[in-house]
Design a protein around this ligand. Structure first.
Ligand code: ADP
Ligand code: DP6
Ligand code: CO
Length: 326
């Protein structure tokens, strides 16, 4: 009745931005990501017949309210499938900043999906785990796999064909993803709220959807052929288009700060000087800079010269779900 699992975060190269079904976490578009070795969540789940309610401990602190609500709602899905009525103690450790745009929701729900199903003795496929993790946080569907993954939006209304698959394992192609921290604070507009507001009110959202198929096929091909320049070009442009949609929302919003723009400009300047580096940004001010491993040190040194940069975490493609012995 107890199991422990670890899942790594992932960074989207082609972003998931917008839901067509909020209850089932069905996305408007496919997305493509790299799972990262440096950031992960380790979660233990213990189901017990003597508990009156679920308990959620994150980094040693017991959480209630909305945070506990999200966990209980997720465990209900697992309980329903297993036909089990008891509650659980969820004890989780984030080796990643929480809710700061470093994808803690992806590693968090992927680890919870794996640990909770294992604790109840499920025999579940990776696709099944991806479908389950998706219903905690969309980006978690991709963290089941190591390396490069694609979350297929699916066409069915019940979500049974909306899951991620691996494009290539982590050993296929080593890239450097420098997670550049300019701020460690939790974001003001959570991803969930930001994408909802954009889908509902931004006139630019249709533009986002129109060019997605082309971005997806460029990214897939660039991964298969290890064409770094092609991948970098499409991932940076895709991130720019995602953030452009937020400016048209009502009320409008922007995840960037001045520091975000300083990092973006430094990356574009490096390119003018012949260093192939590209950026992507999620729902927060921090920037992820992607380059080839041979350029990692030069890129890192250059970015550390910026006054606004607090810390840089160099990441590489990392593994999928792991079960730990306790
Ligand atoms: P992030 O950029 O970190 O993914 P989000 O706004 O997408 O930020 O998600 C943050 C939310 O993810 C938290 O409010 C919490 O509900 C959930 N989360 C973070 N860490 C964990 C964890 N270890 N286990 C379960 N849920 C988690
Ligand atoms: C910008 O998966 O965090 O990082 O499904 O509502 O939990 P919910 O949102 P989340 O959204 C991630 C948005 C993104 C892009 C991406 O990771 O694909
Ligand atoms: Co998230």
């Amino acid at each position: 009745m107890k199991a422990t699992a670890r899942a790594h975060t992932n960074i989207a190269l082609i972003k998931y931005w917008g839901k067509r079904d909020e209850q089932l976490f069905l996305p408007m578009n496919n997305s493509i990501s790299i799972t990262l070795d440096r950031f992960y969540t380790t979660t233990s789940v213990t189901f017990r017949d003597d508990l009156q309610a679920d308990v959620f401990v994150l980094d040693g602190k017991e959480l209630g309210g909305d945070e506990l609500g999200k966990i209980s709602r997720f465990l209900d899905l697992v309980r329903r499938t297993a036909n089990y009525r008891g509650f659980a103690i969820v004890d989780s450790l984030n080796d990643v900043p929480t809710a700061a745009g470093f994808a803690s929701s992806a590693s968090g729900f992927a680890a919870l999906a794996a640990a909770s199903t294992k604790a109840l003795g499920f025999d579940i496929s990776n696709e099944g785990l991806s479908i389950l993790a998706r219903q905690g946080s969309g980006s978690a569907s991709r963290s089941i796999y190591g390396g490069y993954a694609e979350w297929h939006k699916g066409v069915r209304q019940d979500g049974t064909d909306s899951f991620a698959t691996q494009i290539m394992p982590e050993s296929f192609w080593d890239l450097s993803v420098l997670s550049v921290m300019v701020e460690a604070k939790q974001k003001k507009v959570l991803s969930r709220e930001g994408m909802r507001r954009t889908v509902e009110t931004s006139p630019f959202y249709t533009g986002w959807l129109d060019s997605l198929e082309s971005d997806l096929s460029s990214a897939r091909e660039a991964i298969h052929t290890q064409d770094f320049e092609r991948l970098g070009t499409v991932l940076e442009r895709n991130a720019m288009k995602m953030h452009a949609t937020t400016l048209g929302a009502q009320p409008p919003f922007l995840y960037w700060t001045g520091a975000t723009i300083d990092v973006m400009q430094a990356v574009q300047e490096m390119r003018e000087n012949g260093i192939l580096a590209y950026f992507t940004i999620d729902a927060g001010p921090n920037v992820k800079v992607i380059c080839q491993p041979a350029d990692e040190d030069v890129v890192k040194m250059r970015l550390l010269q910026l006054e606004c940069v607090r810390n840089i975490f160099p990441c590489h493609p990392g593994p999928g779900i792991q079960y730990l012995n306790t």
